[in-house]
Design a binder for this molecule. Sequence first.
Ligand SMILES: [Zn+2]
Length: 89
Amino acid sequence: MISIRFLLWLVLFWVIWRLAQGWYHRFLENQQNNKTSPPITPEKTGVMVCCHYCHLHLLKEEALQFGDTYFCCEAHYHADQQQSDVRTH
Ligand SMILES: [Zn+2]
């Protein structure tokens, strides 16, 4: 015959089992949340280029590109053009 004590142990084990499952589930969810945290994308780190005129370093997407050379602003592009005109003439 099954004693009351045995049934109580069974209920106790079941309760512990359910709690352990809950903790394990939350543990897995936390791990997944850590994995899905946004990684640093290469687009955001950016490529640094150097202004051909003043040698200022700036992000490639913020720089003005003329052929193979980069400029921090349009004024420096024109200034560089004038300098090279003086050099060539
Ligand atoms: Zn510049």
